[in-house]
Design a protein around this ligand. Structure first.
Ligand code: ADP
Ligand code: MG
Length: 307
């Protein structure tokens, strides 16, 4: 039924410093190492979908700096089509993280070029969007552009998936135009009415959310798994027991996996089980995009699931 994925979102040049302790106020200390990575929720989700073999377009903006060229080359290397990726003046989006050995992490994000994704960029891709297209959004580009794009996608009859991350206030009438709304437990607490600290709470809250928005809803619950609610049917999908080393990109990998399931005509519950296998693979390796599995790698666990 669906034949391609269009991700409208962010690309970030991620810089990750590994260090023993954070510097004190006024102090400059040495970090032990640095890693550079292509990231951003939009690019991550596009890359996961492309690694699974789906046709994927990335719509977004990069800066005319060296990191912009790196971001474009990296996503292209994973098979993402960049025909609608625009280069703008100024810097690309960037995140700088200080990661401690005890697992503590502090990070700051520069929006950069991601702030330049405009209505004109949506108009430019409008002809590519058909009823057979899954359009994927997150909230790292201007909200006004996203709201406009949701309307364009509705008119075109596309399937609209919004990952409400990072959590931001959105007009209820726009949320009601979605086909699928997916958030993690922290974001779910923001969009809902209560804090979600157990699977039971998630199950009762997601029924309300799905009714409220008349949309399919998914809450991912970290290593516990996820809950799905679709037209009155609600299911808990436990995560896969794996040797997790780092959770970077778990949620983004999940969304790429969901797209695969939907393109392959799985129902949303089965698509969630497939997505769960994708993120299980992702958390067993360090990094975001490099850690995301190919179709073959996901199948190693997904087939086992099928019995
Ligand atoms: N430690 C883990 N072991 C196995 N699967 C995991 C683990 N952490 C996350 N996952 C899987 O990844 C999915 C998304 O993770 P989550 O942390 O909820 O998303 P986000 O990255 O958006 O916070 C979960 O629903 C789960 O299936
Ligand atoms: Mg999480």
């Amino acid at each position: 039924m669906y034949d391609k994925v269009v991700v409208i979102g962010s690309l970030n040049y991620d810089v990750c410093l590994k260090l023993e302790r954070l510097p004190e106020e006024g102090e400059t200390n040495f970090a032990d190492s640095v890693e550079y990575c292509s990231g951003g929720k939009g690019a991550n989700q596009a890359v996961q979908a492309a690694k699974l073999g789906l046709p994927v377009y990335m719509v977004g903006c990069i800066g005319e700096d060296a990191s912009g060229a790196f971001l474009k080359e990296t996503v292209e290397g994973y098979g993402v089509r960049t025909d609608y990726l625009k280069t703008v003046s100024g810097n690309s989006g960037m995140s700088v993280a200080q990661s401690l050995y005890d697992g503590g992490i502090r990070a700051s994000v520069v929006r950069g070029a991601n702030d330049c994704v405009s209505k004109a960029d949506i108009d430019a891709i409008a002809d590519v969007i058909t009823p057979e297209t899954i359009v994927v959004f997150q909230l790292e580009i201007p909200i006004s552009t996203i709201l406009y794009a949701i309307d364009v996608c509705r008119e075109k009859g596309a399937y609209i998936l919004l990952n409400g991350a990072p959590a931001a206030a959105l007009p209820e009438e726009s949320l009601k135009k979605l086909d699928l709304f997916i958030v993690n437990e922290v974001e779910a607490s923001f969009y809902g009415s209560v804090e979600i600290d157990s699977v039971e709470k998630a199950e009762s809250e997601i029924v309300k959310m799905s009714e409220r928005l008349s949309a399919t809803c998914i809450f991912t619950l970290g290593k516990a798994g996820s809950v799905v609610s679709d037209r009155g049917r609600t299911e808990f999908v436990p995560s896969k027991k794996v040797q997790a080393v780092e959770s970077t990109g778990a949620g983004d990998s999940f969304i790429g996996g969901l797209c695969y399931g939907l393109v392959k005509d799985m129902d949303i519950f089965e698509a969630c089980r497939f997505a769960t296998c994708c993120s299980a693979k992702t958390v067993t390796k360090t990094g975001g995009q490099p850690a995301m599995p190919t179709l073959e790698e996901v199948m190693e666990i997904y087939r086992g699931e099928q019995g």
